[in-house]
Ligand binder design. Structure first.
Ligand code: PMP
Length: 360
């Protein structure tokens, strides 16, 4: 049994049911006499796991027929380079800058000498919100957003409209709401928050974009290579994909992403209400209209920051871990991804209440 409540931003909490099922089958996978970790990626034993995971992603996210689901490596960070390598046609790429991760995506396109344009940014305000009235032009090769900003704790309520194909980095909120595929042409996510362990990156791409790639792009960096080979061009991270598959099964058992979203809303409300009811003792980083259901970043009104350290210490003693805010914003951050239970959030809220009472 685990005793810690893990509020870490990623790698992060994995559902207990998933870990237990993996544990049961770790040595002997369903009577095959070996672990799934030891199976060839060309074996029928593994291929079944691989294809089931892809099918379950398609079912959970209602992925249309004309999209491919890929399992890649290199983390979401490699996508910052792979997306422009595959989709740029030498024209302009339009970005919304909502924090560290979008800035890193912009930086990669710039390294390649591509023409980038930031159409909206919340940088001036310290990335406290998702910009309003985002206007992508018609001429862009593609438009790019980060759906949930893991560090600042901001999240789009709906994706913006774009005439050009919209690319979405959904690393920290995939599988927490249904995707509007009418708006989205490519969606990618590192698995280590809502989809399992680190080491697998999910890419869901509209098939007509596969043809865009230029011949000078190396084989492993082309989406086409992986789409044609059903993500078995080379050895995939088999154990990670197995765990990802178990996580998909778990989400289905929760009632799918719609049910998960409802539960997440209730969870997040507990925390935001605690912040709002604290009479200024706790200060949320995100403006109310942009608050993330996944990452709740907040500070304590306290000039020398000793209270934040004291609360973190206390939380640690109560086995609540991973609450330290990202070094770029400081304060605290509670990551409450799909796997986090309401009881875990309630325990943190109770601690915050009693701490505020004694330190006000
Ligand atoms: N995008 C977002 C929104 C993220 O939160 C992260 C990681 N926290 C990344 C990209 C980078 O992911 P990776 O570490 O898998 O490269």
């Amino acid at each position: 049994m685990q005793s810690a409540i893990n509020f870490g931003a990623g790698p992060s909490m994995i559902p207990q049911e998933v870990l237990k099922e993996a544990q049961t089958h770790l040595l002997d996978f369903h009577g095959h006499g070996l672990s799934i970790m030891e199976a060839s990626h060309r074996s029928s034993m593994y291929e079944e796991v691989h294809n089931r995971a892809i099918e379950d992603i398609k079912t959970l996210l209602h992925v249309p027929e004309d999209y491919d689901v890929l399992f890649l490596q290199g983390g979401a960070s490699l996508q910052f380079a792979m997306v422009p390598l595959n989709l740029s046609q030498g024209g302009v790429i339009e970005f919304v800058d909502t924090g560290t991760w979008s800035s890193k995506a912009i930086k990669e396109a710039k390294i390649m000498g591509l023409n980038t344009r930031v159409v909206a940014s919340s940088k001036e305000s310290g990335y406290t919100h998702i910009p309003e009235n985002i206007a992508f032009s018609d001429e862009a090769d593609y438009a790019y957003i980060t759906s949930n900003n893991t560090i600042y704790g901001t999240q789009y309520k709906t994706f913006p409209d774009a005439t050009a194909p919209l690319v979405v980095d959904a690393s920290s909120d995939i599988f927490s709401y249904p995707i509007d595929w009418n708006k989205t042409s490519l969606l990618f996510a590192g698995a280590q928050k809502n989809a399992g362990p680190s080491g697998v990156t999910i890419v869901i791409i509209k098939r007509n974009l596969l043809e865009r790639v230029n011949e000078t792009v190396p084989t492993m960096l082309r989406y086409q290579t992986h789409a044609e080979a059903n993500s078995l061009y080379n050895t995939p991270p088999t154990f990670g994909i197995y765990l990802l598959g178990l996580t998909m099964k778990w989400i289905k058992a929760q009632g799918g992403v719609e049910a998960v979203r409802q539960y997440n809303e209730e969870k997040a409300a507990l925390l935001y209400n605690a912040i709002d009811a604290s009479e200024g003792f706790y200060v949320g980083h995100a403006l109310p209209g942009s608050r993330s259901l996944m990452n709740v970043s907040f500070n304590i009104k306290d000039k020398d920051k000793t209270l934040e350290a004291a609360l973190l210490d206390l939380a640690q003693k109560e086995q609540m871990v991973g609450l330290k805010g990202h070094r770029s914003v400081g304060g605290l951050r509670a990551s409450i991804y799909n796997a986090m239970r309401k009881e875990g959030v309630q325990a943190l809220v109770d601690l915050m209440h009693s701490f505020a009472k004694t330190h006000r």
